[in-house]
Design a protein around this ligand. Sequence first.
Ligand code: DBV
Length: 257
Amino acid sequence: MSSTRSNSLDPVAIEGWSWQPFLEDAVDRLRPMGLEPYPVSDEFLFKQDQTGSKTKPTTVTTATWACRSEKFRQVRAACVCAGASASVLNFVINPLPRYDLPFFGGDLVTLPSGHLLALDLQPADKSDEKHTNHVWERLMPIFDRWRSELPDGGPIPDEAKPFFSPGFLWTRLPLGEEGDKIIASVVRPAFNDYLKLYLDLAAAAVPVSDQRRDHLLAGQRRYTDYRAEKDPARGMLTRFYGSEWTEAYIHNVLFDL
Ligand code: DBV
């Protein structure tokens, strides 16, 4: 097995990584949009280390897939595979501020305590109806369809609320057969429905004025700064790879606006 990845458009492949089919679905849908690789330096494209005790070490791999296109500043997937300790696909589409589009966000996380799953089209400015209404109108029926088949994930911090849409799909599922069944029959089609809507919105988006662009950019910065500051993966990544690598990864790759 090669120990590095080149910066290509092919989806990350990590042996035993449970979220691989989701990333493959996403890359298949994105390909027709005319993708180019987004530059990511080698140290963040592929990172591997050992964790756990000396007698029972686990390999922890973090790989990054990133591209850009005419309307997307950065599309990136952070892929973590650490055996039974963790499996994560964190997937974000960052549109260019020249287009009036929300962010696409997916956080698919498996920990020893269970699965935590989040999907949303997140606004750059929640109070701006011109930015949100036409998105929410089309998102809510999709949200309602899938939410009814998932347990509620429970409360999220108040300070996070400005950054979520009312279509924030958020659930926790148990490990094992029951959870796996719901992931295959509900979470995977929900992920693809959210992504399809997002790509439809992007296909229809036309460039906005300079003034509007500046407004959207300011909102995108607030969102990105928040995500970088509160990244729930910080603890896990720091345990695996140390603080220097983790902070550089969060600020220079994951949330780099
Ligand atoms: N989350 C990230 C990135 C990750 C990542 C870049 C590289 O933004 C993983 C990986 N999320 C991750 C992990 C956990 C969570 C939790 C490892 C578990 C942390 C832990 O328990 O140790 C959705 N993700 C969460 C939580 C929420 C979200 C609400 C629970 C937070 C908590 O309990 O404190 N993340 C949040 C969200 C989006 C998102 C709304 C966008 C759709 O990506």
